[in-house]
Design a binder for this molecule. Structure first.
Ligand code: SAH
Length: 400
């Protein structure tokens, strides 16, 4: 096995159990290693620290599989890590039995570059790094054994793979497509999941608990769901007794699936649902011009900042939609607002939203208070040693 020696002092992050080794930390590689191969990581004075996956194309030159220098990285390793991740979910009552469930949340489950989501008896896996890519067969086999699922589909078609020198890979790793449409039940609502063409692995599982919260808050309210995708928040609002739910997205196909989801739930009153295919930035302004107002607004935009370097431009975009949404709220109204940008911290996001509230309040005399801080669901845990995993943050505001 090749040995990766760190520069002096660069062992500190490893001792704090951070799993990434950037190019600037690496002094040399002795021996031969192909992309994805396991290497021994040692400090500048030769003390063994960890075992990691080598990725020469990436700025993150190695990702640590194990901080135990005696642990072999082999099929049995993946079997243990996958089984442990599945067991962690089974031990939490709100997760046990969920039909849509994230089984593996990459670094935070000790498996850098590995995402696995379960939808009924189908697992969708996404491998984003050279190390994860190399262990595809072991990971797929371990998932089958740990879950008893019938089929595994790979959705490794994300842009970040190019940073690792990897081509996109999609297709069935085990089993084949079922003739039936893939539908899951979430908080009592049926949702179709397009694992082949949908975003991420087909569905935004991270918002499950927050969608449930919307159901609790929606009764009697006029709701606006911005960036609605396939209407997850919208259908929960209808289920919770909303008076009307207006859903907006710029994607025609997403709205088509959204309507299909509504049709899958005959218990919901379809007459209360309205759909707008448009740009949220423009349409929020139009609504204000038309004198519209809402009692509950959800803002769950796509990632505006892909890295911390884009945080400033992202901040302007977040501020803009939050100002516009706050101006549309009726007195006593609620705003549920999110950022899923890793480069925007919870603290920065709160500052941005506070700035938006000041701007909105200047014309409307509105004041806003945080009544709840929101985050991803428990199947998207954040390893305390890996704060980068804490990407989803939200605020529930009440205005008057
Ligand atoms: N809230 C959703 C996930 C939102 S994903 C859920 O719980 O499932 C983000 C969505 O924003 C995507 O559907 C994308 O089509 C849409 N989108 C991106 N930019 C947009 C814009 N400027 N205006 C309207 N929709 C946009």
């Amino acid at each position: 096995m090749a040995t990766l020696t760190l520069h002096p002092g660069k062992e500190r992050s490893v001792r704090r159990r951070h799993p990434w080794l950037f190019s600037g930390a690496v002094a040399q590689l002795d021996g031969r290693a192909r992309p994805g191969d396991t290497v021994d990581v040692v400090s500048s004075d030769g003390r063994p620290l960890a075992r990691a996956a080598w990725s020469p194309a990436s700025q993150i030159r190695a990702r640590i599989w194990s901080f135990d220098i005696d642990e072999s990285i082999d099929h049995a390793f993946f079997k243990r890590r996958v089984a442990a991740a599945v067991a962690r979910r089974a031990a939490l009552p709100e997760l046990a039995g969920q039909q849509g469930l994230r089984l593996i949340h990459a670094e935070s489950d000790g498996l850098p570059g590995v995402i696995a989501d379960r939808y009924g008896d189908t697992v969708v896996v996404q491998l984003t790094t050279a190390g994860a890519d190399k262990w595809r067969a072991a990971i797929a086999d371990s998932l089958l054994k740990a879950t008893g699922c019938a089929r595994i589909y790979e959705r490794s078609d994300v842009e970040v793979r190019s940073l690792e020198g990897l081509e996109p890979v999609t297709g069935w790793l085990h089993g084949a497509a079922s003739d039936d449409e893939l539908v899951i039940e979430e908080n009592g609502v049926h949702m179709t999941v397009d694992i082949v063409g949908g975003h991420k692995t087909g569905f935004y599982l991270d918002q499950r608990e927050n969608r449930r919260r919307v159901a609790e808050l929606a009764r009697g309210r006029r709701v606006l769901n911005c960036f609605c995708y396939t209407a997850g928040f919208s259908l929960q609002a209808l289920a919770g007794g909303a008076r009307e739910v207006v859903s907006m997205d710029s994607s025609g196909p997403a709205l088509e699936t959204a309507r299909r989801n509504l049709a899958l739930n005959p218990q919901l009153d379809a007459a209360r649902a309205l759909w707008i295919e448009d740009d949220v930035f423009a349409e929020l302004r139009n609504m204000r011009g038309a004198g519209e107002s809402y009692d509950l607004i959800v803002l769950d935009p796509p990632k505006f900042a892909h890295t911390a370097a884009h945080a400033e431009r992202a901040a302007r975009a977040y501020k803009d939609i939050n100002v516009q949404a706050l101006r549309l709220l009726a007195p006593g109204g609620l705003l549920m607002t999110y950022s899923c940008s890793g480069g925007v911290s919870a603290e920065l996001f709160q500052k941005i939203v506070a700035g938006a509230a000041l701007d909105a309040g200047a014309s409307t005399k509105m004041t806003a208070r945080i009544v709840q801080r929101l985050q991803g669901a428990a199947d998207h845990p954040v390893d305390l040693a890996f704060p980068e995993g804490d990407y989803l943050k939200g605020l529930l505001l009440q205005v008057d």
